[in-house]
Design a protein around this ligand. Structure first.
Ligand code: MSP
Length: 503
């Protein structure tokens, strides 16, 4: 069976999770569920990044220890993922003892293999970024708290892998996606690559993984955190398990951290003689009025409020439907409400109501069988046949919004089909003709298929549809025609009540 290993970044434990963090994790969850639906096995890793200066400072401010601080705050993420119905296989914390032990092991190996050296370095250090920056970066970027620092540190020989990395990127056109990010990285690699400073003296920072061959230093937080992608799947402790999953199929992240992944992490893997992941995927920003969401601007959208008001599935739907992977997208309550009312309340919710009410009235609550299908019936059935093929192609191409649109287009076609077939005219004539029975049967079958294919995006709501239409678990991944015939339909309330303007 085909295996898919996908990861999210490890979120900084200090931050309060917002819809930007939510997006990456929902994306991973939705992809994971689509792959499962297409018969693959999946391992989905997420977690929290818990070392570094900012955590040490936050703990100091809150008059607590860094350990107590991260033990408390990482729970914000666990709680949010629960509320968003995220079905990860493992939540890794960089303070987990196994991770700490294995990071030390990697460092020791690299040290023994002469991949790490000690050197004195004088340069500009950005406290906010927690790293040395170049003169050029300083001139061009917006770095706060920059100071000149002269310090002895350990360096990883990143520069020696520059050509190998460039070749790998050129030989594997879909390694870094989208194309614009690949070009950004190739542009970055045109300049000579520096070696990577991977230690911090304990005199300056204590909260980190101690360098195994020098107790006066801790590990640079990125070097530690990136290794989660292999420590999280039992590298160096269960070879069979590790080889089952590595190399990762998808490393998902926002565009802000593409360089650390495509350059630091890839050269770290090369130095460890490990194969590189298949795809590194950088998505765009969620913007609020054209500005990036950030604590300092104060425009952060709290997902918890939206979930509590409108349910997690409508937020999952909105975020997945609205963003084209790789591009930025805007969030506003107006846009959210419009999508919800148009797609979910009107197109999907009303359609379900319409179909179940008619079946209840005219077919004694049972989905009728079809017979003597006409052209219009066959046209809709044809659309149902091609839908899974088109949709899974879009999933493989990471066009999640288009995969959703494939299904929503079927939903709109069902509505149109019913308008043409007018099965409700039975009401007036009192003659139950086969054409109307076909209309009820085929539209019920089509909405069931829509729910099966929207399940990865809205698991709870689609489960409700499965219950209403009495679709058994074993038929939930069966896309062939005729799965609902004879099913007993359950009464139900509106699945997506409209949001009124003053809600
Ligand atoms: N801890 C590092 C990652 C280490 S990975 C080994 C980090 N953490 S973070 O908490 O800042 O989260 C970064 C991720 O959150 C981004 O890469 C992105 O996936 C997501 N987002 C944060 N803000 C975002 C938006 N405004 N819009 C979309 N996603 C954003 O960097």
């Amino acid at each position: 069976m085909k295996k898919v290993y996908l990861t999210t970044p490890l979120y900084y434990v200090n931050d309060k999770p917002h819809i930007g963090h939510g997006y990456t994790t929902i994306l991973a969850d939705v992809l994971s569920r689509y792959h499962k639906l297409s018969g693959k096995t999946v391992f989905f890793l997420t977690g929290t990044d818990e070392h570094g200066q900012k955590v040490q400072e936050a703990a100091l401010r809150l008059e607590t220890t860094p350990k107590d601080h991260v033990d408390k705050f990482h729970k914000n993420y666990i709680e949010l993922w629960k509320k968003l119905n995220i079905n990860y296989d493992k939540f890794i914390r960089t303070t987990d003892s196994n991770h700490v032990v294995k990071v030390k092991k990697v460092l020791q190996n690299l040290w023994e293999n002469d991949e790490i050296y000690l050197a004195e370095y004088e340069g500009l250090y950005s406290v906010s970024e927690e790293r040395f920056i170049t003169e050029k970066e300083f001139e061009e970027g917006d770095y706060r708290e920059v100071k000149k620092l002269k310090e002895k540190n350990y360096f990883f020989k990143m520069s020696k892998y520059q050509d190998q990395l460039i070749n790998h990127i050129n030989d594997n056109p879909d390694f870094i996606l989208p194309e614009s990010r690949k070009n950004e990285i190739l542009g970055f690699l045109k300049k000579p690559l520096d070696d990577l400073c991977i230690s911090r003296p304990k005199s300056r920072l204590e909260w980190g993984i101690e360098i195994p061959f020098d107790k006066d230093y801790v590990t640079y937080v990125w070097f530690d955190a990136l290794l989660n992608y292999i420590t999280g799947i039992k590298w160096d402790s269960d070879e069979e398990f590790f080889n089952d999953w590595w190399p990762a199929n998808y490393h998902l992240m926002g565009k802000d951290i593409i360089t650390t992944h495509a350059v630091y992490w890839m050269t770290m893997l090369m130095a460890n003689n490990l194969p590189l992941p298949k795809h590194i995927i950088a998505h765009g920003w969620w913007l609020i009025d054209k500005a990036k969401m950030s604590k300092s601007i104060g425009n952060v959208v709290n997902p918890i409020k939206l979930i509590d008001h409108y349910g997690e599935d409508s937020l999952r739907y909105f975020l997945m439907r609205e963003m084209t992977l790789g591009q930025d997208a805007s969030f506003s309550f107006e846009l959210f409400k419009r999508r919800y009312n148009d797609d979910l309340a009107n197109d999907l919710g009303n359609l379900l109501n319409r179909i179940t009410i008619l079946i209840r009235k005219f077919c004694n609550n049972h989905v009728p069988h079809t017979s003597k299908k006409d052209e219009i019936d066959l046209e809709l059935i044809k659309k149902m046949e091609v839908l899974p093929i088109d949709l899974f192609k879009n999933i493989d191409d990471l066009k999640i919004n288009l995969a959703i649109e494939n299904t929503m287009s079927l939903v709109r076609s069902i509505n149109k089909y019913l308008e043409i077939k007018e099965p409700w005219k039975i009401l007036k004539t009192n003659i139950i003709d086969q054409s109307s029975l076909n209309a009820l049967s085929i539209s019920c079958e089509a909405i069931a298929l829509s729910a099966k294919l929207l399940f990865p995006v809205m698991p709870n709501k689609c489960n409700e549809i499965f219950k209403i239409l009495n679709i058994e678990t074993r038929s939930q991944d069966n896309f062939s025609f005729g799965q609902t015939f004879g099913n007993h339909i359950q009464r139900h309330a509106a699945l997506f009540p409209r949001i009124d303007s003053n809600d």
